[in-house]
Write a protein that binds this ligand. Structure first.
Ligand SMILES: [Zn+2]
Length: 274
C-alpha cells in the first residue's frame, strides 16, 4: 500500500475509535466550575514559636483564616468553616486563654458571604474540614443537612472531657485515607495526619487556574513550610514530617500550587469572594 493511503486509512480508523469513545469521555469530564475564597477570620498570633519551636520566640504574626466554597456540577462543597460567626458580634474579637495563641476577629460572617453569593446553607451538599480545631469547625452546625467528610481518626479523637467532636446526629462519611469527592478526580481529600490525628488537605483541579493544594493546618506559614518545622502542639511529630513530604510529592506530580490557609501574605495576593 502506498504510504499516503496507509496513513489515511490509519487516520480513518483513529477517528472511528474516537467517535466510539467520545460519549464516555463526555460523561467523565470533570464538573468542577469555580472556587471562592471566603474570609473566615483575621487574627494575631501572640507568639509564633508555638508553631516553630526554638525559632521566632516571642514574635507575633498576623494570621488569616480562609474557607473555600467549591462549585461543582454535582453540588456545592465547603472546605473548612472558620471561626464561629458569633465572634463577628464581639467588638474586641475573641481573646485566647493563652496569650501566645491567636486572638481572632471576624470582619465578615460566613453566613453573610454565602448570602452575597446567592448560596443558601441548605444548598451545601458536602462540608469537609481539615481538622477539628475551633478556627476550622466554628460553623459546622450552620449546615445540619450537609454530609460531613471527615477522617475516622479525627471523628473518633476524644475532645475535652471526652466530648464528641461533632453532633452525633450530623450526617457523616468517616474516611480512612484519600477520597475523590465527586468521582471525577477534580476534588480530592488528601490524608495528612500529624497536626491532629485525622488532619486532611484538599487537592483541587480548577479548569483555568490549575491544580491547588489547600493546606489546612499541615503548615501555618511559608517559612515553616520551607524549613519543615513542626508545631509543638501537633499530635504526631514524625507523622507531620511524613505528611509534609507527601504534600511536596503531590505538588511536584500535579504541578500544583500550595495555598496555606493561615498565611496572610499569601492571601493578600489572592482574589477574595464575592
Ligand atoms: Zn487553624
Amino acid at each position: 500500500m502506498p504510504r499516503v493511503r496507509f496513513i489515511a486509512a490509519t487516520l480513518a480508523l483513529a477517528s472511528l475509535a474516537a467517535s466510539f469513545t467520545a460519549p464516555s469521555h463526555a460523561q467523565s469530564r470533570p464538573g468542577l466550575e469555580r472556587l471562592y475564597i471566603l474570609n473566615c477570620g483575621e487574627g494575631v498570633a501572640g507568639d509564633i514559636s508555638r508553631w516553630s519551636p526554638g525559632v521566632n520566640e516571642g514574635k507575633s504574626m498576623d494570621f488569616v483564616d480562609n474557607c473555600y466554597l467549591i462549585k461543582h456540577a454535582q453540588g456545592w462543597m465547603l472546605w473548612d468553616t472558620g471561626v464561629a460567626d458569633a465572634i463577628a458580634a464581639m467588638p474586641d474579637g475573641q481573646k485566647p486563654a493563652d496569650p501566645r495563641m491567636t486572638h481572632w476577629k471576624r470582619p465578615k460572617t460566613l453566613a453573610n458571604q454565602l448570602e452575597q453569593l446567592g448560596v443558601k446553607p441548605s444548598d451545601i451538599k458536602y462540608v469537609a474540614v481539615s481538622h477539628t480545631h475551633p478556627d476550622h469547625v466554628g460553623n459546622v452546625e450552620m449546615f445540619p443537612q450537609a454530609m460531613l467528610l471527615v477522617q475516622k481518626a479525627e471523628y473518633e479523637w476524644p475532645g475535652a472531657n471526652n466530648a464528641p467532636r461533632f453532633k452525633p446526629e450530623h450526617p457523616v462519611t468517616k474516611l480512612e485515607g484519600d477520597k475523590d469527592v465527586f468521582g471525577d478526580g477534580s476534588v480530592t481529600i488528601i490524608s495528612t495526619p500529624g497536626h491532629t490525628p485525622g488532619h486532611q488537605s484538599l487537592l483541587v483541579k480548577l479548569p483555568k487556574t490549575g491544580a491547588l493544594l489547600l493546606s489546612g493546618d499541615a503548615v501555618h506559614f511559608q517559612s515553616n513550610w520551607e524549613n519543615r518545622r513542626v508545631p509543638a502542639l501537633n499530635t504526631g511529630q514524625e507523622q507531620t514530617r511524613t505528611s509534609m513530604q507527601r504534600m511536596a510529592d503531590i505538588l511536584a506530580k500535579e504541578k500544583a500550587t500550595l495555598w496555606i490557609n493561615h498565611d496572610k501574605a499569601q492571601r493578600e495576593t489572592l482574589k477574595m469572594a464575592p
